[in-house]
Design a protein around this ligand. Structure first.
Ligand code: PGA
Length: 260
């Protein structure tokens, strides 16, 4: 079972996860960090940026993005290449040569999945993967029905995902229909998964993912198959978890030597 940590707000979650990553970096400066996009991971990046301003050196980190829209030019402000550059690479002082995002160029999309899988292998595999969750339960752009064995490939976005992401565009019609996304099988190979969720709108998908049946209809439930998962959520996102009291009890009694 995943470890579930309920915190007061997104800022507390960001600081918890950033401190964990900083501690990992002390052991392993060339950490391979899996970076998610969207609003959820922003507090983690903000807290890491603060630590970087205080002297934390992230220049040896390799960062691998989860996904990319198909057909948005890389320079488009909402391409995940641009988002990762703006929200992660620049504020954290990462080396751009060590930052990789799946290639959403339609001219070479047929090989994009395979090339990105090879990139992950060449990097030595993801040590810590940050994840958000969609309101419909997707992780990365693995929409309901995605195979637990899936690798990086093109995936069609649901209408719900396009509506959810329309806030980043002028209108929902501007949200691309296709993405190239790490598969659930890819994500399950990362050594440690940290899934974050904030707000009421995530509560149902989060509860189904953490406590519901393991099913491809709820892609987030794939985390139940992983040996090291930390779920960090605020009270609103935790509100539909049946075992909330147990998670709090486990945190209170957590052995001092055990990190997340
Ligand atoms: P959000 O998206 O972090 O912007 O809520 C999460 C997701 O769609 O995976």
């Amino acid at each position: 079972m995943a470890e579930v940590v309920v915190v007061d707000d997104a800022e507390a979650a960001g600081s918890l996860v950033a401190r964990h990553i900083a501690a990992r970096l002390e052991q392993q400066p060339a950490l391979v960090l899996g970076v998610a996009t969207g609003s959820t991971p922003l507090p983690v990046y903000a807290a890491l940026a603060d630590l970087a301003n205080q002297g934390l050196d992230l220049s040896s980190v390799t960062a691998l993005a989860l996904d990319e829209y198909v057909g948005l030019p890389q320079a488009h402000p909402q391409s995940y290449r641009s988002v990762v550059t703006r929200e992660v690479v620049e504020p954290l002082g990462l080396d751009p040569a060590k930052v990789h995002v799946p290639d959403g160029d339609p001219a070479q999309i047929e090989t994009a999945g395979e090339r990105f899988e090879q990139r992950i292998v060449d990097s030595g595999g993801v040590d810590v993967q940050i994840l958000g969750i969609g309101t419909g339960g997707h992780i990365a752009f693995n929409e309901p029905g995605s195979s637990f064995g899936s690798l990086t490939r093109v995936k069609t976005l649901t209408e719900q995902t396009r509506r959810d992401n329309a806030r980043f565009f002028d209108s929902v019609d501007d949200v691309p229909i296709h993405s190239v996304t790490q598969g659930l099988g890819t994500i399950l190979r990362a050594r440690h998964l940290i899934l974050l969720a904030f707000g009421e709108s995530k509560a149902a998908a989060l509860a189904a993912s953490v406590e519901g049946p393991v099913t491809a209809s709820m892609p987030g439930s794939a985390i139940q198959l992983h040996h090291h998962v930390t779920v960090v959520v605020d009270h609103a996102a935790a509100s539909e978890l049946r075992e909330r009291d147990y998670y709090a009890w486990a945190q209170l009694n957590k052995p001092a030597w055990q990190g997340i």
